[in-house]
Structure formats: structure tokens, C-alpha cells
Design a binder for this molecule. Structure first.
Ligand code: ZN
Ligand code: ZN
Length: 128
């Protein structure tokens, strides 16, 4: 099984093999800034399961845990398609929306719920 994530313009492309190791929904303000949406959903794959093609740039920032994260965005359209958390050096996180797939696996967990927007419902684990 492989899934393909692409940026808005299609230049940056990731081919991800197998299912994600973890899917996490994050309500933190940094994910809100990254996506422009009230939360972000990250699918973590092993680096060895992902092939990356297309020109991209890096924006690195710190994190609550103190481990910097390197965000990778398309040099043409600016979509932050994936990032490399230094806390998990063998993993790549991919924004789940870039797969354009309504059947993409649902989040396993949600984090930073203290900044969940008021109208956003908590994850319903009975449906997972
Ligand atoms: Zn692009
Ligand atoms: Zn976050």
C-alpha cells in the first residue's frame, strides 16, 4: 500500500509506503499557525518508508519539549507538507490533508487540548 501527499501546486511530492505509525491531532497554537486551521493532523511515517521529490525549503523552530522541528515547505506554493521532529529522528510527520484522501486513517490521539477551539468536538474514540 502506498499513499501520495502533494502540496497545493503539486511540485513537492511524498510517496509513503504502508500505514502511518501514528496519527496525532494537535490543537497547539503553532499547528494553528502552520495550517491556518483550528488544529493540525500529523501522520508519522518511518523515514525509510517515505520517498520525497520536489524542491522545498526549511523553517526550523523550537518546541515545547525543547527539541527543534524542521518544517519543510514547497518553495513555489509554500505548503508545509512535512516536518522532521528532532525528538523522533527516524520519523517524518506529514500533514494528513496533503493526501487528499477522506479515507485516511483517523487520529489515534489528540494533544494540546487546552487550546482546542470552543466549537471543535473532542475526538470520539468510540468511532475510531
Ligand atoms: Zn507547491
Ligand atoms: Zn501542534
Amino acid at each position: 500500500m502506498q499513499r501520495i501527499a502533494t502540496c497545493s501546486c503539486g511540485t513537492l511530492k511524498l510517496v509513503c509506503h504502508g500505514d502511518p505509525e501514528l496519527v496525532a491531532l494537535c490543537h497547539c497554537l503553532a499547528c494553528q499557525k502552520r495550517t491556518g486551521a483550528p488544529y493540525g493532523v500529523a501522520a508519522f511515517f518511518k523515514k525509510t518508508s517515505v520517498s520525497i521529490s520536489g524542491d522545498h525549503s526549511t523553517y526550523e523552530r523550537g518546541s515545547d519539549s525543547g527539541h527543534p522541528i524542521a518544517f519543510k515547505f514547497c518553495s513555489r506554493c509554500g505548503s508545509t507538507v512535512f516536518w522532521e521532529p528532532s525528538r523522533k529522528p527516524d520519523m517524518i510527520a506529514v500533514g494528513s490533508g496533503f493526501f487528499g484522501d477522506p479515507e485516511f486513517p483517523a487520529p489515534d490521539k489528540e494533544v494540546h487540548t487546552h487550546t482546542r477551539h470552543g466549537w471543535v468536538q473532542p475526538l470520539n474514540h468510540s468511532k475510531l
